[in-house]
Write a protein that binds this ligand. Sequence first.
Ligand SMILES: *Cc1c(COP(=O)(O)O)cnc(C)c1O
Length: 388
Amino acid sequence: MNIKEKDREYIASTYNRFPIEIVGGKGSVLRDETGKEYIDMGSGIGVTSFGIADEKWQQAITDQISKVQHTSNLYYTDPCVILAEKLCLKTGMKKVFFSNSGAEANECAIKAARKYAAEKKGGDHFTVITLKNSFHGRTLTTLAATGQEHYHELFTPLTPGFAHVEAGNLEELKKTAEETKAAAIMIECVQGEGGVIPLDPDYVRGVYDYAAENDIILITDEVQTGNGRSGMLYSYMNYGIKPDIVSTAKGLAGGLPLGATLLGEKVKDVFGFGDHGSTFGGNPVCCAAAISIIDRIDDALLDEVKEKSRYIFGEFEGADGVESVSGLGLMIGIKTVKSASEVVKTAMENGVLCLTAKDKVRLLPALNIPMNVLEKAVKNIKSACASK
Ligand SMILES: *Cc1c(COP(=O)(O)O)cnc(C)c1O
């Protein structure tokens, strides 16, 4: 059996993979088993922030792995502390809990919000309000948080205590929060899996004000939007708000598994010993990788992200076969006349890897994709969108 046949034999059938095997690459160029090269416009779903086999990132990992690869959280290690300090200083958040994935970062955020509300207002204040069309993860609790019914089917009963409201409708949110005695509101400032849809700034501001006035914990899920992707370090910074909790993962460690839940002033001390934990959380190698990523997301890089974003919007808006373009920074959704999957297939055949989100072609290139490589990819994707 070749590797594709063996995969179908031995790997659980949860992924409908494209028919190529990635064997290597450099930066924003990937190579398959036949030697064919592709420009990577997906970054492993927003994970490889500085591309494949980036040298500074590799150095940070090899330095740490040659010292100590894991200790458990029974002992002090330095990479997780340095990383937590950097994240707090750059955001104004106060403490960090480390885990291994986006779903886990959200689980921690939900636990923190529930404990805060239970202590402050009583155990009947447990509901977490999220938005319809949101995506917050695949564990049974984060599935319950996810406001898309089709993910829930046949996995019920899910964790109780979640309510979903329409994005943009502040009155519905307030009414639901009152009726359910909400503990928290959790939003993605740009809905990623839901179709790369930025929330309306007035709405986000309204949610923030309402949550602050009513001592409801505001969580921003920055798993996909975080770590420079939106043109700011975290996407909430585009909206002039300050959440109580920020969850992030995907691009944080540039390709190693790491989740982080950033706890603001209200909840910084909500957890006591034994309240939460993770065997691998804060792993020194993953944290060393993340330090190397966070250190490079400076104003100059963020300006570059915004510049490339403007370029991509400019190229696709009004282009042949393109209905609309949405998104923020290097998180872009393109509604095409042809089906998104057809466009992605054609682009792949022509040497560009793209993603989809609902009915859109989704682009999440590396933050440092070189301009000439980006131009080539855009040209290619435009031709895949075009009527002929
Ligand atoms: C990908 C994603 C998650 C889930 O992250 P995992 O690492 O797959 O658990 C949660 N929230 C958002 C917004 C995401 O994009």
